[in-house]
Write a protein that binds this ligand. Sequence first.
Ligand code: ATP
Ligand code: MG
Length: 301
Amino acid sequence: MFSYTEYQEFNLETINYYTMGKIIAIANQKGGVGKTTTAINLAASLAALEMKTLLVDADPQANSTSGLGYNPKTIENSIYECMVDGIDAKDLILKTNIPNLDLVPSHIDLVGAEVEMINLEGREQKMKESLATLKDAYDFILLDCSPSLGLITVNSLVAADSVLVPVQCEYFALEGLGKLLHTIKLIQSKLNTELEIEGILLTMYDLRIRLSNQVVEEVRTHFQSLVFETIIPRNIRLSESPSFGLPAIAHDAESKGAVSYLNLAQEILEKNVVAVARYELKEDGKSLESEKLIAIISNIY
Ligand code: ATP
Ligand code: MG
């Protein structure tokens, strides 16, 4: 990271260097907590904020692939063929309906993919190697992980610069989180010393349910500043938009769900000041007002 004064001296070329493909793994081995919903809608929101974004579907369930309008049954090569057979990930990139948002798909026919990988040399590094050639082509690369801590998720955490953990505002919200954090620590100590926690994201919040508020309080008490300020509400548009093959922002941009993911994208950009700086430097009139930007940066430093 660099100081505010240094930031002022930055030119676009330098900033480009710093923003080259930040890889964020979206992981929690607990099922159904909102990983895929977050992957799709955060990716689309970053893209809407003019960040060149790639979503890598790293889950055999292929929900991100179908949620962005592709039928996983028709996908021939996925991220797994890159990892196992050494196919170039560049050849797999699919365009989406959202400008600035690309997809590396998954497919369902993955029986034995993890088993095949077990005998490969450097088996935990395969995803990192596969994504290496893409890093400089994107501002952000998001990895939608499966609900497991198996070899493919370990590969995602080794490839990632940071991990974003969705936590559902429900009974047993914190269940399994200890195990996930333990895995993250192990990976930090052995396989990826640079891995950071991007943040814990509270999802499916329901204002009317007291339990939701209790979970928010409990998670904030435990994890304090690691928890994103943005909370994702339970919202019907978020659950129905995958059936249209669209992120919520393209299905109903005004919906609470779409707006909350835009807020999250903004919060992440603010955390990663370099990206905000690049956004501000755009000359097309759509950029953030400088004053707001300066306020953001002064808050951080
Ligand atoms: P898995 O562990 O199976 O990969 P996941 O963690 O990716 O699941 P999602 O698929 O994103 O979780 O969400 C689980 C279900 O909850 C889906 O049906 C999804 O549409 C719904 N859902 C997720 N977030 C919200 C939300 N904020 N509001 C309403 N429904 C939601
Ligand atoms: Mg999922």
